[in-house]
Design a protein around this ligand. Structure first.
Ligand code: MOS
Length: 730
């Protein structure tokens, strides 16, 4: 099905099941520990051996020699694979680092060997006996040092609208400040893990990846084999956030090792390997210049961002949100990509928007203060219904102003003191802060198959994935709504590359894209069912387990009485969708308490108001949102990949030293979704939800910290060492 604009009225609009807070259909599996995650799939293939990956101990250079003698002689060892005996191991289309080093080493903890043994413990113990001699080469590990070597990435050409320099110079009010955001690691609960098995020249991988079709594509390219001979199965994923977009060392080396030892091999990245072996959110340096008239209207916006990566890796696109957030006739945006020899950077939850708004929305707070204007009012004055990036183009929907106004009212923003450091509660300095949120809303073609059996059970099959986001549930709701059956009559099967190719989960596009695919497949199934039942397909209604047409009704299940019915289709989105700008919008409000004596920060309350399309399930959407708000809080206050700038690696490579919020850190959180049905988005009339929730959170907390203390922090994370000495004296 080609999606034609706009979506007319369709069966989803009934909203009997879609749009309702349906409990997770996989909730029982999750809470009873019986959902099959990759590393625990003992039953999928017999004779599994265990692989342990050895990571390089240098960041750049060459392996001179590998001494495997002690490791080979260790108890239980079956085999060891290195670049010398692995066969061809190439690079896929998404990640740029080689999954297996040798002799060249591109980054610290790049895999140099995989040791296979009978047990996990034996493999780990033997891996520790592998000895490598290296010739270390000099590398660049400090973004600030490499900054001047930055080049313009193809993805982000310079933006020059109007005349920024002149407009900024003549602006009555000017802000010009620099900000930094550190590297971050995804720190998902489930480490990367794969079981690989060969059957002749056919390879099966039980693993944990976000986009199955990319995994097939990349594995075929890496191992130089036909994609038809590769099967992936990834039914449950314990978090990904972009860090499991496609195959990494666990999957590649499990496959290579399984071929070498002629046994199925199971590999997980241990937690200490994850920070340096996979991918990270790159650190950024940013400079924001804002020029405004005395009434607060922005006349000039300048936003420059520097980030680093291995050669060929992407830039962190921090200026992307600045293109479309506020009206301003004159703007200058620069993205620079600096060659660094740190582990590769790539997508992490709302790449671009997250660090971009962490900087830009502090600058807006600074502008509001300079203007003596309320920060909410400043944003309202710069709102627009036309996309500043392409001023002739309207937004499909843009309820940013409503998010701001409703948020201010619900949060009690009028109780905020505009004078920083003015509110005390016992030992604590209390402050409120806010920020606007924007995140691109995209869709990708996606396919699904839907079956109806004689018992009236509807089965959905697609290689879509569920990262914990709720995909199983919303696809069950979609099929149930379309076929007029209760959710418990729907079975959803995901993550198997033998199923039709889906969008996968990335860039908050998975829910809308994959649900639209199920919609399209159900349209086919409805036609087939109506024909079987002798109805006119055009006016048949599917409701309460029945098909009704022309005053007659039959049980839906009867349509499959003489054999299973199958509907399969692919939703495609044409270029005409680009006639409108598609973005999601929100506003974050935060209250913090800062201990006046110790500087300890507690976030007390968080409120998000969001307009991000039709909400397919308010319960799972809320969970996505509060999860993202929590992640944003981690980014504001705790998370930082500390770089060893001498030797080029991330030092804090475990959950003891890379801090993320725990339950005790998380305050009262509230999320309000505004009605935002978007008929130009897809047949579901939905948008993305999962990444908008992190956008702007960091700045809202920074702004609240300033309001509480009068100390402005422009370097994340805002740990107390950065402001303790500047706190008001007590
Ligand atoms: Mo997200 S970084 O697009 O999984």
């Amino acid at each position: 099905m080609k999606f034609g604009l706009p979506a007319g009225k369709n069966p989803i609009d009934r909203l009997k099941i879609v749009g309702q807070p349906v409990d997770r259909v996989d909730g029982r599996l999750k809470t009873t520990g019986t959902a099959p995650y990759a590393y625990e799939r003992h039953d999928v293939v017999a004779g599994q051996a265990y692989g342990a990956i050895v990571g390089a101990a240098i960041a750049k250079g060459r392996i001179i020699s590998l001494d495997l003698a002690d490791a080979k002689a260790a108890p239980g060892v079956i085999g060891i694979v290195t670049a010398a005996n692995a066969g061809k191991v190439g690079v896929g289309d998404f990640y740029v680092a080689h999954p297996l080093a040798g002799p060249e080493v591109q980054h610290y903890h790049q895999a140099i060997a995989i040791v296979v043994a009978e047990t996990f413990e034996q493999a780990q113990a033997a891996a520790a006996l592998v000895r490598a001699d290296y010739a270390r080469a000099a590398g660049v590990y400090d973004l600030a040092v490499g900054k001047d070597q930055g080049t313009t990435p193809e993805t982000d050409p310079d933006v020059d609208q109007g005349a920024f320099a002149a407009a900024f110079a003549s602006a009555p009010v000017q802000i010009d400040n620099s900000y930094t955001t550190p590297g971050q690691t995804h720190a998902m609960m489930e480490p990367h893990a794969t079981i690989a098995a060969w059957d002749g020249d056919r390879l099966t991988l039980w693993t944990s990846v976000q986009i199955v079709k990319w995994a097939v594509r990349d594995m075929a390219k890496i191992l130089d084999m036909p994609p038809e001979k590769i099967r992936f199965d990834t039914p449950f994923i314990g978090g990904g956030f972009g860090g499991k977009a496609t195959v990494l060392a666990d999957a590649v080396l499990a496959a290579v090792a399984a071929r070498a030892v002629n046994r199925p091999v199971r590999v997980t990245l241990t937690r200490p390997l994850m920070a340096n072996n996979t991918s990270a959110r790159p650190a950024t340096l940013q400079r924001v210049r804002l020029g405004a008239a005395a009434d607060g209207r922005l006349t000039a916006i300048g936003h420059e961002s520097w980030s680093g990566n291995l050669p060929g890796g992407p830039a962190e696109r921090s200026t992307v949100p600045t293109k479309s957030l506020y009206a301003a006739p004159n703007r200058m945006l620069r993205t620079r990509l600096v060659p660094l020899d740190l582990p590769q950077g790539n997508a992490m939850r709302a790449p671009g928007e997250t660090p971009g708004l962490m900087a830009f929305e502090i600058a807006m707070d600074e502008l509001a203060e300079t203007l003596k204007l309320d920060p909410v009012e400043l944003r309202l004055r710069n709102d627009t219904q036309f996309d500043p990036a392409k001023p002739e183009r309207r937004f499909s929907t843009r309820r940013l102003a409503d998010c701001l106004k409703i948020g201010a009212e619900k949060f009690g923003w009028d109780k905020r003191s505009s004078r920083p450091g003015a509110v005390r509660d016992g030992h604590d300095l209390i402050g409120m802060g806010m920020a606007a949120a924007i995140r691109g809303d995209n869709v990708t073609e996606s396919a699904a198959r839907v079956r109806l059996n004689r018992a009236g059970v509807v089965t959905v099959e697609t290689d879509m994935t569920d990262l914990g986001t709720g995909t199983y549930t919303i696809l069950a709701q979609t099929a149930a709504e379309m076929m007029g059956v209760p959710v418990d009559r729907v079975v959803v099967k995901l993550g198997d590359s033998d199923f039709p190719e889906a969008s996968g989960s990335l860039g908050q596009r998975g829910a809308n894209s994959s649900a639209s695919a199920v919609y399209a497949a159900c349209i086919k199934l409805r036609e087939a069912a109506a024909i079987r039942l002798g109805f006119n397909t055009a006016d048949a209604e599917f409701v309460d387990g029945e098909v009704r047409s022309g005053g007659r009704s039959r049980q839906l299940a009867e349509a499959a009485a003489s054999g299973e019915l199958v509907g399969e289709d692919r939703i495609e989105f044409g270029e005409e969708r680009e006639a409108l700008a598609h973005q999601t919008f929100g506003a974050h409000f935060v209250e913090v308490a800062v201990d006046a004596y110790t500087g300890a920060i507690r976030v007390r309350r968080m409120l998000a108001v969001a307009a991000c399309g039709r909400i397919l399930n308010p319960k799972t959407a809320r969970s996505q949102f509060i999860g993202a708000m929590t992640m944003g809080m981690g980014g504001a206050l705790m998370e930082e990949l500390a770089v060893d700038k001498r030797f080029g690696f991330f030092v804090n490579h475990d959950l003891a030293s890379y801090e993320v919020p725990v339950h005790a850190d998380v305050p009262y959180q509230e999320v309000i979704f505004l009605e935002d049905t978007d008929s130009s988005s897809s047949p579901m009339k939905a948008k993305g939800v999962g990444e908008l929730g992190i956008c702007g959170v960091g700045a809202a907390i920074a702004n609240a910290l300033y309001n509480a203390t009068g100390v402005r922090i422009r370097d994340y994370p805002m740990t107390l060492d950065k402001f303790l000495e500047r706190l008001p004296s007590v």
